[in-house]
Each structure stands twice: as C-alpha cells, then as structure tokens.
Design a binder for this molecule. Structure first.
Ligand code: ADP
Length: 270
C-alpha cells in the first residue's frame, strides 16, 4: 500500500518464456523510487544550505587576501590565504554542480523546451572559453548552418560547455580542439575532439559516475569537480541521447552525442 497522497509505481516487463510464449512480470518499485527521491531531496537541500555559509567565508577570505597582498598585517599568510581561496572556490563549484545534478534528476522531461541554434550556442561557449580557461587553445569548428535542435537551452549549453572545457583542461596548451555539429543518417551528431593524453579503456565506462576522476590527485585550481560528465549524461538523457566516448591513450579523445531526427528542426537553405 502507498502512503497517503502517494501513488505506487509498478514496472511491467514482457519477457520471452519457452517456445514462443511470453511472460508478463510486474514488479513494485515504489520503495526504491521513494528512496531515490529522498536522496535527491537531501542532496538538493544540503547543497542549498551549504551555499550561504560558504559565501560568507569567501567574502572574508577576499578581504584578508587583499590585506595580505598589500603587505599588511597578514603578509606572512599570503600563500595559505591564496590556497584557502582556491579551495573555497572549488567547494563552491562542487556545491553548484551537486545542486544542478539533483535538479536535473528531479525535473525529468517536463521543463520548457524550444528550438535551439546549436551552432550559435557552440560559438558563444567557445568565445567564453577563449577569454578564460582555454586562452591558448586553437578551436576548429565545423558547424552545419540551419540545423536546430528542439530541447532545453540550459541543459544543452552545459553539455557543450562541459565537453569543451574538459577538452581544454586535459589537452596541452596550443593544441587543437575540434567541435562539429552535423546532420547524419537518422539524426545529428555533436562531437568534441581533443589531442590530449587519451583515456585507458578500463576508465571509460566509469567516467560519468559522480566524482569519478582518472587522476584523483589533480589540483584544486584546475577547475574540475568530477561531476561534469554526470551532468552531461543526465542532460543528454533528457534529449533521447547518450554520451559516446571514443578514446585511446596517446591518441586524444572524442566525446560525442547523437540526437534523433525527431528533435531536429532543419531550416531551408533558401
Ligand atoms: P572533472 O571535473 O574531473 O573534469 P568530469 O566528470 O568532467 O570531471 O570528467 C571525469 C574525468 O574524466 C576527469 O577527471 C578526467 O579524468 C576524465 N576526462 C574527461 N574529459 C577528458 C578528456 N577530454 N581527456 C582526458 N580525460 C578526460
């Protein structure tokens, strides 16, 4: 029985059974679903509650950093204060990503959707990266004009931003990153290819797990949180798509997503 005001969820499956027969299997997954939703709510509430105290700490740290920089009373603390700032910024990024992930999981498919000019979105994300974290990288864009995607702008932007930022983060400065958006048989393909170190096959299936990082000892300052690809995976699921990872150590990596034809809005070239 379901608690008051709550419905039960039953999973129905038809499985082959003997010669030509089928078996209908019904499984009550209500408890599992309730547990999942309790966990999501907890993560969302906890990350939300952690934001305010962190903002206060970061405010004071900024003032102390300024004082240390002007050889004031805190001059001897310059290095530790800088490290504290870097770590608190990282904590802020983790909290924001956790909140984002919890919302993505809870929202499902019911959010507002619109026709999105993916080519234009890619150009804007790349412009932003070139001003900050990917100043020294070379971007090559291969974008099909008039190929729009029906979906949620904020989610699709986070897919592009996460994949492009990773390509820059894990490949050497001045190397080339190729981003393509092209129609193909049955749909369209978005791909981000880098000339980075590549990824060993045993890591690839685990990359979209929360907090999974190939090199867990990376610096706080590199901007990573270990949550980026989990966010990408969930955002793509909302668009009937999935992340395809093609990589080999020493040969760079290509992260791509295929979108079904039903999501495309193709403008007339005329
Ligand atoms: P992070 O914040 O650590 O980048 P992600 O979820 O975005 O977290 O990625 C998970 C891990 O996948 C990274 O820590 C890194 O080890 C690996 N990874 C992601 N993108 C690339 C890439 N383009 N080249 C090599 N490794 C990558």
């Amino acid at each position: 029985p379901a608690p008051a005001n709550e419905a039960n969820t039953v999973l129905l499956r038809i499985v082959p059974y003997g010669d030509g027969q089928r078996l209908l299997v019904a499984r009550d997954v209500s408890d599992q679903k309730r547990l999942e939703s309790t966990r999501r709510d907890f993560v969302a509430n906890a990350s939300h509650e952690l934001r305010t105290p962190l903002t206060v700490l970061r405010g004071y740290l900024e003032i102390m950093n300024e004082d240390a920089g002007e050889s004031g009373a805190l001059a001897a603390w310059q290095r530790p204060l800088r490290e504290m700032s870097a770590q608190s910024q990282r904590m802020g990024r983790i909290i924001d990503s956790l909140l984002r992930l919890a919302r993505l999981e809870a929202e499902g498919m019911h959010q507002r959707q619109e026709a999105i000019d993916i080519g234009e979105m890619i150009r804007q994300v790349v412009d932003g990266l070139k001003r900050h974290e990917a100043r020294d990288h070379v971007f090559e864009l291969d974008l099909q004009p008039g190929l729009n995607l029906y979906g949620r702008a904020s989610e699709l932007e986070s897919v592009i931003a996460n994949l492009a930022a990773n390509a820059a983060r894990y490949s050497p400065a001045a190397s080339t990153i190729r981003i393509a958006w092209q129609a193909e048989a049955g749909g369209a393909l978005l791909s981000v290819a880098d000339n980075g170190p590549g990824i060993a096959p045993e890591h690839i299936p685990r990359l979209t797990e929360r907090f999974y990082r190939v090199d867990s000892g990376r610096k706080a300052s590199d901007g990573g949180t270990g949550l980026g690809l989990a966010i990408v995976k969930h955002s793509l699921e909302h668009h009937e798509s999935e992340l395809i990872i093609d990589s080999e150590p020493g040969a760079g990596s290509t992260f791509s997503a295929r979108f079904p034809h039903s999501r495309l809005i193709i403008e007339d070239a005329a």
